[in-house]
Design a protein around this ligand. Sequence first.
Ligand code: SF4
Ligand code: SF4
Length: 207
Amino acid sequence: MAIKTLFVDPSRCIGCRACEAACRECDSHKGESMVMVDFVDRGWSVATQPTVCMHCVDPVAPCAQVCPVLAIQITPEGVVQQAEPSRCIGCRNCVFACPFGVPKFDVEARLMKKCNLCYDRTAQDLKPWCAQACPTQALWYGDYEEFANQRQGRAINLTDFGTQTVRTRVYQVVAAETPALDLAGLLREARAEAGQPERSRQEAWVL
Ligand code: SF4
Ligand code: SF4
């Protein structure tokens, strides 16, 4: 069966924050949203975009890899869960390891919190709350084939961080004509200009 996942299309986001309101209803972090809607460049534009956990596939969940007490579990379907309250010791390793800046540390509860793709709903083939509530389908839930048949834009699930590429379960949608932004290439150029030696991919990652 094709894997269903979230597709995040910032060009459709109107900043209504319905996703945040819906996320607050999730039982695992009731009252608090794990979706963050931010202004892209507040001084210049009203454009907004939602940020959610990208559910990293390769390398698999850096947040879970650095957790010393295995509090962050990954389901057989590859959904990265938020920290299990009975195990989390509040070390915040996950907060620093996440390349997308996603996990929130709740100081009072001494617990890491993040989106777990509404696992109680998605395990039953229901949409996560954010995608259910989004009026413009900036947050859309489905599989890649459905996306290609029904939606416009190019869905990408590879993000470059320096020389490290992270493949994620969640897709970002960009305009079909957007050229691939080769951040690794730009970094290589900058290093060459500064006379710094090339680093291998292995050296660049936490593990
Ligand atoms: S985006 Fe961050 S919190 Fe989500 S799985 Fe990847 S490392 Fe973990
Ligand atoms: S519900 Fe949709 S349009 Fe509204 S802020 Fe969230 S992502 Fe943007």
